[in-house]
Each structure stands twice: as structure tokens, then as C-alpha cells.
Design a protein around this ligand. Structure first.
Ligand SMILES: [Zn+2]
Length: 221
């Protein structure tokens, strides 16, 4: 019997509309090494084209600027990153290559959001206190909590698949955040979540849109 969490996770796998946006998430790339590994890479990219399946067919096409907020020395800093688009010589589609610590369509990186959520739920810091500490509006902090709420079912589903939670066990958001904080280092949880659901954790944009107007794929060499 399918659990509601399974049904919920399967919604990610709906067919996307062709002609729209394609993103390849490179889980080996992050905000710190993106320039060296992707942006300044003039060699062949080893990704498989997510549209036509061609291998070694992707070459540099264009760059665009993307705003992002990252956590640096316990402060949330506003920054920009140049993102590279590749074009497939076989089907002509273009694909943006994203580092894995950025949530598509969200200006705040995982490190910002997780830090605020951990401090709120695990260290019991109030929204007011966090707003002062990180210079964030109440609205922004509540939007992080709202993202988390939108993903609670799937968050629990992934932790059940990984056997952190027993099948029939109901648990609290504090407990599951604690598992993530204590067990997964760096971006490990994001990678595991993506492998199981084929969706980026906390990416609310298009979450309930069917069919998906975008395609999110993983680096596949
Ligand atoms: Zn292609």
C-alpha cells in the first residue's frame, strides 16, 4: 500500500513540458568552487543531455548573473554568482548548470536557511532574536519556516527510506531536523533527498505545478 508520503514524493516525477527550462544540478559544484570547476572550464563537459540523452554534446553557450545570499562567518551576506548555460549540439536545448548549495528560484542558500531553522527549532531562538542576529525580516524567516512545512511529509518520507524513522512512527519537526544536523555533513542531505525524490529540497517554486514547466536533473557523467 502506498503511504501518503510516497504519493507525495511521486508527484515530483511528472513529465515536464518540452521547450521550457532545464537545469542540471552538479552536486560536486558549490558556491566556492563553481568559478573554477564550471564557469572557467573550457574543456568538455561530461554531463548527459537531459533532453536527448546525448553524451559529450554540451558546450558553453551563455552566462547570466544570479543573486544569492550565503552564510559567511555567521553572517548572511548578499552576493552574485555567474551561472553558465550549456548548449547541446545534438538537440539544441540549453541547460543552466547550478551548484548544489543553491535552491533554484530562491535567493537564500541552503546554509542560510538551515542555520536559521536549526537555531529556531533546535536552539529555541525566537523569530525576533534571529531577525536581529541575521538582519532578516520577520517575513523572510517565516518564509523559511513555510518552506520547511511544505516539505515535512517528503522530509519524513526520505528519512523513512533511510531507516532513520520507523514506518509507522510519527515524529516531530525538531526530531527530524536534529537527525539532519547531527548526521549529514555539508550538502549530503540535499543529495540524498534529490536521489530519492528527484526534486531539490525546499524548492517550493513549481512544487505543486503539474506538469512541471522545468526539468531538474543531476550531474550524470
Ligand atoms: Zn540534447
Amino acid at each position: 500500500m502506498e503511504t501518503s508520503a510516497k504519493v507525495s514524493a511521486s508527484k515530483y516525477n511528472n513529465k515536464f513540458k518540452l521547450n521550457d527550462n532545464f537545469m542540471i544540478i552538479d552536486f560536486e559544484a558549490n558556491f566556492n568552487n563553481y568559478e573554477e570547476k564550471i564557469l572557467n572550464n573550457y574543456k568538455i563537459f561530461n554531463y548527459t543531455c537531459p533532453v536527448c540523452g546525448a553524451k559529450h554534446s554540451l558546450s558553453r553557450h551563455a552566462k547570466y548573473k544570479r543573486y544569492t545570499c550565503i552564510l559567511y562567518k555567521n553572517t548572511i551576506c548578499f552576493d552574485t554568482i555567474e551561472i553558465l548555460r550549456l548548449k547541446c549540439s545534438s538537440c539544441g536545448k540549453t541547460h543552466a548548470i547550478l551548484p548544489s548549495n543553491i535552491i533554484p528560484y530562491c535567493v537564500y542558500s541552503y546554509s542560510c536557511i538551515f542555520t536559521v531553522l536549526f537555531e529556531h527549532f533546535l536552539d529555541k531562538k525566537s523569530v525576533l532574536k534571529l531577525s536581529d542576529k541575521f538582519n532578516l525580516s520577520f517575513q523572510t524567516i517565516y518564509s523559511f519556516i513555510s518552506k520547511l512545512n511544505a516539505f515535512v511529509k517528503d522530509f519524513m518520507y526520505v528519512l523513512r527510506v533511510l531507516l532513520f524513522i520507523k514506518n509507522n512512527e510519527s515524529t516531530s519537526i525538531i526530531y527530524i531536523l536534529k537527525i539532519v544536523k547531527d548526521t549529514f555533513k555539508n550538502n549530503q542531505f540535499i543529495i540524498v533527498f534529490f536521489n530519492i525524490t528527484k526534486w531539490m529540497f525546499l524548492m517550493k517554486k513549481f512544487l505543486n505545478t503539474i506538469p512541471k514547466p522545468i526539468w531538474i536533473g543531476v550531474c550524470n557523467t
